[in-house]
Ligand binder design. Sequence first.
Ligand SMILES: Cc1cc2nc3c(=O)[nH]c(=O)nc-3n(C[C@H](O)[C@H](O)[C@H](O)COP(=O)(O)OP(=O)(O)OC[C@H]3O[C@@H](n4cnc5c(N)ncnc54)[C@H](O)[C@@H]3O)c2cc1C
Length: 259
Amino acid sequence: MSKFKLIDFARYSSIRIGPRVEVLVLDEGDDIPKDHFLIGGANNLLISNNPPPLMMLGKSYDFIKVEDGSIIAGCALKSGRLLSFAKKNNIAGYEFVAKLPGTLGGMLAMNAGVKSYEIFPLVESIEINGIWRDVKEIEHGYRFANLGGVATRVKLRLEYGYDDALRAELLALRNNQPHEPSAGSVFKNPPGDYAGRLIEAAGLKGKRIGNMAWSNMHANFLINLGGGTFQEAKELIDLAKSEVEAKFGVLLKEEIKIV
Ligand SMILES: Cc1cc2nc3c(=O)[nH]c(=O)nc-3n(C[C@H](O)[C@H](O)[C@H](O)COP(=O)(O)OP(=O)(O)OC[C@H]3O[C@@H](n4cnc5c(N)ncnc54)[C@H](O)[C@@H]3O)c2cc1C
């Protein structure tokens, strides 16, 4: 029997935008519908007023353990729990997920990372639509992975030696991040440049429409000043794309997913 969860995206999503909708919850053994968009923790999403049917992973995919020389985790596991597991068990490599909000599924789909650290080098295999696939078979790159389905479980590298100094060093890089609700970086950095630099050079740093604005602290972060709407966010995104293209000939590509 299908289970649904009522989600208010104006509270659930990190950018605090979106309607209240019933989201289909997938647990072990459930069929995966083809026409639903899968959400994780909604830290990289901008949800419109009329999104397609949505689905999310349920509690049976929220676990982490060590087994046969690897870490096995469910893709609903939050990054904070991955980090605390690594710390508690003296495991190396996951320090960069500190304050990188998301679920393991969302991190895999985005190949989430900080500086030269990203999740894929730590992945051994991923269960996608019920089939385990070796990481070598999965195309991936900067903030992108072609999973081709729903990631439910993942096998991750197990190496000992948790490095708290590295965690603190990577966390310090986040000092320039705004504190207002956002979905992280809106655009991917184009090759050899920074989206934030281009948005600032186009004169849009701090630009506000309604209750949304390009942040004064970090121009690639779209922030919600309280009650901001999807339309305001979309207008600012379109404005940045057209101004940056007109002034510098660079077409910015969204990192966030507009749903
Ligand atoms: C303040 C802030 C700071 C951030 N800093 C960083 C950063 O430094 N580096 C970085 O890389 N990102 C950063 N982000 C973005 C975000 O944290 C990552 O993209 C994260 O991986 C999103 O995970 P999520 O579970 O919230 O995914 P969602 O936002 O819910 O979804 C993102 C994508 O993943 C797909 N997806 C989700 N779960 C699964 C699954 N189980 N199987 C297949 N596909 C799935 C969704 O369909 C969607 O396409 C930041 C965000 C915020 C709000």
